[in-house]
Design a protein around this ligand. Structure first.
Ligand code: GLP
Length: 234
């Protein structure tokens, strides 16, 4: 794993942008994208740049079950607002959280990932070491699946909703094996509440109890974090 420690999120956005630019210039066609606050500085850099993704495909990690794309807390909405409306891709996939048939949507999403091997996968990390919505205990062999969100994730994400009861209880999420199949992975993490997750991911044992620890097995992972998040690392 390559670790880049920066002063703040704005600087991280510039570093992450350089990696996206290099991959694009080297012919990458499929970008795995993430939601959450961690990728926002990168998305700002991308939208303010002249990089052209109109010949590329994007595949997002996850979506809440039960939210319409027009719901401001859905990941469809987030991606449109922060990236796609300003920097369109040829085709952008986000799981359909509104589907009446979750199993069918999961099969469909797995097919999309198989047909469009991911060149560069962007990730954030949850406080408990989750990646996408792959909570502790998720099998490293998992592909796209429906996830019951843990109480800590529901609580962490409740800041975006009027009250905690409105936070969806499950999500459709790319699995850990699908994430690991990406050629290159870029993970961004900022702030004090990511210290333990980063330590577990980088220095802890490889265990399904800390989903991100699986990244130690991937040949090409870059982590960009700020000084506060890196504080507990040896
Ligand atoms: C959610 C998302 C994850 C994200 C995590 C951390 O659980 N499903 O993909 O990495 O939040 O979010 P943030 O970047 O806002 O800290």
């Amino acid at each position: 794993m390559k670790l880049i420690i920066v002063k703040n999120q704005a600087e991280a956005g510039k570093k992450a942008f350089e990696i996206f630019k290099e991959e694009l210039n080297n012919g990458a066609k499929v970008f795995g994208l993430a939601t959450g606050s961690s990728p926002i500085s990168l998305y700002n850099e991308l939208t303010n740049s002249d990089l052209d993704f109109s010949d590329c495909t994007s595949i997002n990690l996850d979506e809440y079950v039960g939210l319409k794309p027009t719901n401001s807390q859905s990941y469809h909405y987030f991606m449109n607002q922060h990236l796609f409306s300003k920097k369109p891709f040829k085709k952008s996939y986000v799981p359909d959280g509104e589907t009446k048939d979750v199993a069918q949507e999961i099969a469909h999403y797995n097919k999309i990932i198989k047909e469009n091997p991911i060149d560069l996968q962007l990730l954030g990390i949850g406080r408990n070491g989750h990646i996408a919505f792959n909570e502790p205990g998720t099998s490293f062999d998992s592909v796209t699946h429906e996830v019951k969100l843990s109480q800590s994730t529901i609580e962490a994400n409740s800041r975006f909703f009027d009250n905690i009861d409105e936070v969806p209880k499950s999500a459709i999420c790319m699995g850990i094996a699908s994430i690991m199949s990406a050629k290159k992975i870029l993970l961004c993490a900022f702030g004090e509440n990511k210290q333990d997750a980063l330590k577990g991911m980088i220095e802890g044992p490889i265990t399904e109890d800390v989903p991100a620890s699986v990244l130690q097995k991937h040949p090409d992972v870059t982590v960009i974090c700020d000084e506060i998040a890196a504080k507990k690392l040896k």
